[in-house]
Design a protein around this ligand. Structure first.
Ligand code: F6P
Length: 328
């Protein structure tokens, strides 16, 4: 028979994302609502291993729904990748009598959660939060909307100076392995070209396309480049190559960087985090484990963690197609 759940713990893990606080708040308050004892674990799995765990009340999460970052702090723990590390983590949970764990994070954090849950038969639920939006089983992960708005704002500002000086700008946005952020902010910012890890358009085709836009009367251009694009050149080398082969343009490079990870979460991210946080506790109480709560087709849905980790969230081809049409 399954153990009745009385005490649950929540942590944030991996890269932070705006809206994580709203998710923590939702988990803690839902736990209180259902008469459970909630705990917060600081610094992700590393904090768990070290016993950095505290009892939380509903009031401990007051006034955080609007704040970026994570009050629980976050980390990427090497020790948790070892059996010994995970054993220490389990002992800490046992020491505090904790019956279940809610992990707010991305695919790396879910991989750890799944291994842990199988090893110790411990109930775990995942809540997707990453600005990369690359998790299978959810149309949006917490933080993506805020981060893409931040990137779009940066592109808008750069457009002003690009057009005043008739320049070509290469703007690097985050996304080591995923191009969602580049694609959304690139479309919203009216970029001429968007380079993403999922699709290699080829550097010479890029030069050709920029040359065509110039001939078509464009005086300035913006190329949005995902951190992990597949041209084989970093953004500075890319700009240099294009300048050498397209003498008509003077170019500049901007790296938007970690600004994308901070700031007040948008309304969308706060509502998403609230819905997923509530559902995470409810599915635990329904006896589920090893699943992720996600948002698909405007409803909250549950996906096995194994699928969320293994399956790849594909780029929507329609988005790529409209970039080509709209840059005419
Ligand atoms: O996974 C989120 C993310 O922001 C990626 O887009 C980026 O490549 C990476 O984290 C950066 O990680 P760090 O903050 O450790 O440099």
């Amino acid at each position: 028979m399954k153990k009745q759940i009385k005490k649950i713990a929540v942590m944030t893990s991996g890269g932070d994302s705006p809206g994580m606080n709203a998710a923590i708040r939702a988990v803690i308050r839902t736990a209180v609502f259902y008469k459970l004892d909630p705990y917060g674990i600081y610094r992700g799995y590393q904090g768990l291993i070290e016993g950095d765990i505290e009892r939380f009340t509903a009031r401990d999460v007051s006034n955080i729904i609007n704040r970026g970052g994570t009050i629980l702090k976050t980390a990427r723990s090497k020790e948790f990748r070892t059996v010994e590390g995970r054993k220490k983590a389990y002992e800490q949970l046992k020491k505090h009598d904790i019956d279940a764990l809610v992990v707010i994070g991305g695919d790396g954090s879910f991989t750890g959660a799944q291994i842990f849950s199988k090893e110790f038969d411990f109930p775990v639920i995942g809540i997707p939060a990453t600005i990369d939006n690359d998790i299978f089983g959810t149309d949006f992960s917490i933080g993506f909307d805020t981060a893409s708005n931040t990137a779009t704002e940066a592109i808008d500002k750069i457009r002003d100076t690009a057009s005043s000086h008739d320049r070509l700008f290469f703007i690097e946005v985050m996304g080591r392995n995923a191009g969602f952020l580049a694609l959304y902010s690139g479309i919203a910012g009216g970029a001429e070209e968007i380079l993403i890890p999922e699709e290699n358009i080829g550097i010479d085709r890029l030069v050709e396309s920029l040359r065509r836009s110039k001939r078509a009367g464009k005086t300035s251009s913006i190329v949005v480049v995902a951190e992990g694009d597949k041209t084989g050149k970093n953004v500075f080398e890319l700009a240099e190559y294009v300048e050498e082969n397209l003498k008509e343009y003077e170019s500049r490079v901007v790296i938007v960087g970690h600004i994308q990870r901070g700031g007040c979460p948008t309304t969308f991210d706060r509502v998403l985090a609230s819905r997923l946080g509530v559902r995470a506790v409810e599915v635990l109480l329904d006896g589920e484990s090893d699943v992720m709560v996600g948002f698909r087709n405007n409803t909250v849905e549950v996906t096995p963690l194994e699928e969320a980790i293994k399956l790849k969230r594909e780029i929507n081809k329609e988005l790529l197609a409209i970039v080509d049409i709209l840059t005419t």
